[in-house]
Design a protein around this ligand. Structure first.
Ligand SMILES: Nc1nc2c(c(=O)[nH]1)N[C@H]1C(S)=C(S)[C@@H](COP(=O)(O)O)O[C@H]1N2
Ligand SMILES: [Mo]
Length: 318
């Protein structure tokens, strides 16, 4: 299993960006229509469906995670979202984020590093060959999905900026732009959204910076231009639309632990034995399934990450 889980590097040329894929489909359809009209054997009108994002690469739709669970549909992944900068209504995010500009996108890497720098996502994609990583995403609200991300390990970027020996944590910050993200005009959350990891967690090979999804670009509602994915932690750690990454000596504040310190801890490792104060975390609803599933320790990644927490009381360090 460890072997299968190892990153599955895909050459950039093997990942067909969705717009290329869709235009190829259009071409095939157009060719089909032409062939049909030339055959003259049928008087039936040819129907040409508009390309639909919901019919993402069928080859990817057939893939599974390393436990054998099928990936969720592109439609589920991009129309059932938590993104409080837009709305708290999951089905409403995609529509409100439709005009959000995810490109060009830049991220500033600063703090306790020898080589602070601002990178464009374009440059990051060129530097670090995109890999496909099929990960489970488990929200603290007890639903989950299997998502085929495209991205690169955060460790590669960290190596490039050279954290100093004083650096112990990494802090991430989402874009603050109330004109584009309407719910940021509301004052009840301490915007911008921020999150953090311990440096060893940030350097773990499973920790991904996502630049794409389902073999294509990263849709706005999924966190484009740049999004963190930490598959063994509750979904809220996987911060979207990152514009700042800062190396720090002390544990950074996070949005959720600031407003609900009793509910949301800094670590937030998926743990079926530690319930949320208001509900059980022992089981979950996989989007697209009827029966509930048992929640796995560290969301099924214990073999890879449990050693990061040796000697820690995971009930206290929730
Ligand atoms: N900036 C930002 N990042 C965020 C959130 C958010 O509201 N704002 N929601 C988090 C939560 S609670 C979850 S479960 C995941 C959801 O990711 P998805 O919508 O791609 O499934 O994003 C996380 N990242
Ligand atoms: Mo979540």
């Amino acid at each position: 299993m460890a072997d299968q889980l190892k990153s599955n590097p895909v050459k950039p040329s093997e990942i067909t960006p969705k717009h290329v894929y869709l235009s190829r489909r259009d071409f095939i359809k157009a060719a089909g229509v032409l062939a049909g009209s030339m055959a003259l054997t049928s008087c039936l009108p040819q129907t040409v469906e508009p390309p639909s994002a919901s019919t993402a690469d069928p080859a990817i739709a057939k893939k599974t995670d390393e436990l054998g669970d099928p990936v969720n549909s592109f439609d589920d992944i991009t129309h059932y979202n938590n993104y409080y900068e837009f709305t708290t209504a999951k089905e409403g995010v995609a529509g409100l984020a439709a005009k959000f500009k995810t490109s060009p996108w830049q991220v500033e890497v600063s703090g306790l590093v020898s080589q602070p720098r601002t990178f464009s996502v374009e440059e990051l994609i060129k530097r670090y060959p995109p890999e496909e990583r099929i990960y489970r995403l488990r929200c603290v609200e007890a639903w989950s999905m299997v998502i085929p991300w495209v991205g690169f390990p955060l460790a590669k970027l960290l190596q490039e900026v050279e954290p100093t020996s004083a650096a112990k944590y990494v802090r991430f910050e989402t874009l603050f732009n109330p004109e584009e993200m309407p719910a940021q005009k509301e004052k009840w959350y301490p915007w911008p959204y921020q999150e953090g990891l311990r440096l060893d967690e940030a350097r773990h090979d499973l920790t991904l910076l996502a630049t794409g999804l389902y073999g294509g670009e990263l849709p706005a509602q999924s966190g484009g231009g740049l999004r963190l994915v930490v598959p063994w932690k509750y979904g809220f750690k996987s911060i979207k639309a990152i514009v700042k990454i800062e190396l720090t000596a002390t544990q950074p504040a996070t949005l959720w632990s600031t407003i609900q310190p009793g509910e949301y801890g800094f670590y937030a490792n998926v743990n079926p034995q530690v319930d949320h104060p208001r509900w059980s975390q022992a089981s979950e609803r996989r989007i697209g399934e009827l029966a509930r599933r048992e929640t796995l320790p560290f969301n099924g990644y214990a073999e890879q990450v449990a050693e990061l927490y040796e000697g820690m009381d995971l009930r206290k360090n929730y």
